[in-house]
Design a protein around this ligand. Structure first.
Ligand code: SAH
Ligand code: DHB
Ligand code: MG
Length: 242
């Protein structure tokens, strides 16, 4: 069994949100494929280290999930990407590195502290010029993006406060064009999403978002559950049809 990589060890000394610890075989398999497909990288690893030093929660995507975002961007060749929830810019960096020349990511972050760490990480990795980082509540920044005509976006990655997922999905749709891909992180949350009686506003937000995905005729959507170093979670994937 492959030993878990050092860079996964970061999770142990940073707060991890609500997610439970991953099963050892999930960690081993993430380590095995991660070593092959998302190997140690100076800039990405430095970003995680800086996040840890600054006390940011260890809720970045995993290395293989980051590589998923990277491959998605390579497949799509988007001109404009929207990310809601920057944290330390780890997912942003994975996407920025795959962007075609001249393309940009707008990334929205509530916390000035998180945004400062992200800016430093992106600068250190040489991709800050591809990222338009906007600080403040995303629900304040999104109308500004609309009124200033920054969209439409080709790819939207929703990964912020889950209670606002319905609003974020509505904005993603508003800022989309036919063919836009919308990816929403953390929709499974250790299986808690299946609990219709949950009073957790984040679970309720994700469930209402899922109902919107089902009801919206302009969207075709699915969910992929996943396990790994981050535990048991999943993402929703949707495409704008018209
Ligand atoms: N995408 C990142 C992880 C994001 S964690 C990665 O994978 O590397 C979620 C982030 O959303 C946190 O930094 C949090 O501060 C931010 N956030 C929470 N509420 C928000 C809001 N209302 N508007 C914008 N960002 C918010
Ligand atoms: C949490 C948020 C995330 O974006 C994530 O990937 C994992 C956990 C959280 O708020 O607990
Ligand atoms: Mg997430």
């Amino acid at each position: 069994m492959a030993a878990p990589r050092k860079k996964d060890g970061k999770s142990e000394d940073r707060p991890r949100g609500n997610l439970k610890i991953a099963r050892p075989e999930w960690v081993a398999v993430d380590g095995y494929f991660g070593d092959l497909l998302a190997p140690a990288d100076g800039k990405l690893d430095a970003a995680l280290e800086a996040n840890q030093k600054a006390g940011l929660p260890a809720i970045d995507v995993s290395p293989l999930q980051g590589k998923f975002l990277h491959v998605l961007v390579q497949m799509m060749q988007p001109r404009r990407v929207l990310e809601i929830g920057t944290l330390g810019g780890y997912s942003t960096l994975w996407m920025a590195r795959a962007l075609p020349r001249g393309s940009r990511i707008v990334s929205l972050e509530f916390s000035q502290k998180h945004a400062d760490v992200a800016r430093a990480n992106l600068k250190n990795a040489g991709v800050l010029n591809r990222v338009d980082l906007r600080v403040g509540p995303a629900l304040d920044s999104l109308p500004i993006l609309e009124s200033s005509g920054v969209g439409p976006f080709d790819l939207v990655f929703i990964d912020a406060d889950k209670r606002n997922n319905p609003e974020y999905l509505a904005w993603a749709l508003k800022l989309s064009r036919p063919g836009t891909v919308i990816l929403i992180d953390n929709v499974v949350r250790d299986g808690m999403v299946a609990d219709a009686t949950s009073t957790d506003p984040d679970i309720q937000g994700t469930r209402r978002m899922a109902e919107m995905l089902a009801a919206e005729p302009r969207l075709s959507a699915t969910v992929v559950q996943n396990v790994g170093v981050k535990g048991y979670d999943g993402f929703a994937l949707a495409v704008v049809l018209r």
